[in-house]
Write a protein that binds this ligand. Structure first.
Ligand SMILES: *Cc1c(COP(=O)(O)O)cnc(C)c1O
Length: 362
């Protein structure tokens, strides 16, 4: 017998996800601006809720996440029955692919789209289809052109990562309207809270049969280490996802901390305002050094350099100064660096370091 143990086709095409760097060789204290984390940490109420659950960890957690779903529903003005919670929005993305795709089907993501769309698609045995963007912005005509009878899902992050760009609600509505009826549009709202006046697609996901929204506690809520995300959409989709969801996919400490964070609306407002202020400052400071960026609607700036070589050299320069940013060559943006908007001191250090880099360049 020469048979060997083989995974399903597609699995070995998955390039493992690369997280943001958190250490720099020879630098003791680093500022991590490589994973879009909240520089102000988690709300104190969430940390307190986590401490209060310590005596409960021998118990299995809730299977229906009722209290967290109610908190989200109340704060966001949504129907709690149409909310599902997961281990990060990554798990919601994975559940969508597991439930709606498989061999012989296709999933559309855009040119600079988030890596997990492709990874979860391949893991489900389906084919990821990449469509071009127009100047680092999602192009709905390209998406519609790529749709066929095999298409099952379309993933769009709005605001997008790593570009920080956004498309407006009218354009999203047009896309939802023109997609074939067998295609589910997934609006990834990981950065929705940073975009002034944007609901992440909640209204569409609440009223259209073919629109679903994902959200996360990892970014503005400051809980990336706890792994909590959620989804909202048509009742039929929620029902399907609940069938593939593991019954104990979230622990009580995660659930309680996320609930406290959701109810701390003042924290979110303060972080949104401070992020907007420092984002403008950072983008302007970089532009003055000859490093432009598209207007960002998220908590990072995509800094554009003259060449991939210059981007790499600047990344190394920043790293030597203890400033860790994200290389985005894997997102087809080799001449760019994604820099998380840190606190004021970090932003000042970044601009200062880039200025010295530019001054030292031949
Ligand atoms: C960070 C991010 C997420 C969130 O992932 P979690 O699993 O919730 O931590 C989702 N989508 C995009 C585009 C992101 O950048």
């Amino acid at each position: 017998m020469t048979q060997s143990i083989e995974p399903r086709s597609g699995i070995l095409e998955i390039a493992p996800y690369q997280g943001g760097a958190s250490h720099a060789e020879g630098v003791a204290e680093v500022v991590k601006l490589s994973s879009n984390e909240n520089p102000h940490g988690a709300p104190e109420a969430a940390r307190e809720a986590l401490r209060r659950t310590a005596h409960l960890i021998h118990r299995y957690p809730s299977t229906d996440h009722g209290e967290l779903r109610r908190a989200i529903g109340e704060v966001q003005g949504l129907d709690a029955e149409r909310i599902i919670c997961g281990a990060g929005s990554d798990e919601i993305i994975s559940m969508l692919c597991m439930a709606y795709t498989g061999p012989g089907t296709e999933v559309i993501h855009t040119e600079h789209g988030f890596a997990m769309y492709r990874i979860s698609t391949l893991a489900a045995g389906a084919v990821p289809v990449e469509v071009p963007e127009h100047r680092r912005t999602v192009d709905i005509e390209a998406i519609l052109e790529a749709c066929n009878f095999r298409t099952r899902l379309v993933f769009i992050a709005n605001p997008a990562n790593p570009t920080g760009t956004m498309i407006d609600m009218q354009t999203i509505e047009q896309l939802a309207d023109r997609l074939p009826p067998h295609v589910l549009l997934v609006l990834d709202g990981a950065y929705a809270e940073y975009a002034e006046g944007y609901d992440g697609g909640a209204r569409l996901a609440g009223s259209w049969p073919n629109v679903f929204m994902t959200r996360t506690f990892s970014k503005i809520y400051g809980l990336g280490g706890l792994r909590v995300g959620w989804g909202y959409g048509p009742a039929a989709v929620i029902d399907v996802l609940n069938r593939v969801r593991g019954p104990f996919n979230l622990g009580d400490p995660q659930l309680r901390a996320a609930e406290a964070a959701m109810r701390d609306t003042g924290f979110v407002q303060r972080c949104r305002a401070e992020n907007a202020r420092m984002r403008d400052w950072l983008a302007h400071g970089l532009a003055q050094q000859g490093v432009p960026s598209d207007p960002s609607h998220a908590n990072f700036v995509l800094a554009r350099f003259a060449s991939p070589q210059e981007a790499d050299a600047c990344e190394a320069h920043l790293r030597a100064d203890g400033l860790l940013v994200r290389k985005v060559g894997g997102y087809k943006l080799p001449d760019c660096l994604r820099i998380t908007v840190g606190d004021e001191a970090s932003c000042r250090r970044v601009v200062h370091s880039v200025a010295r880099f530019k001054a030292s360049a031949p």
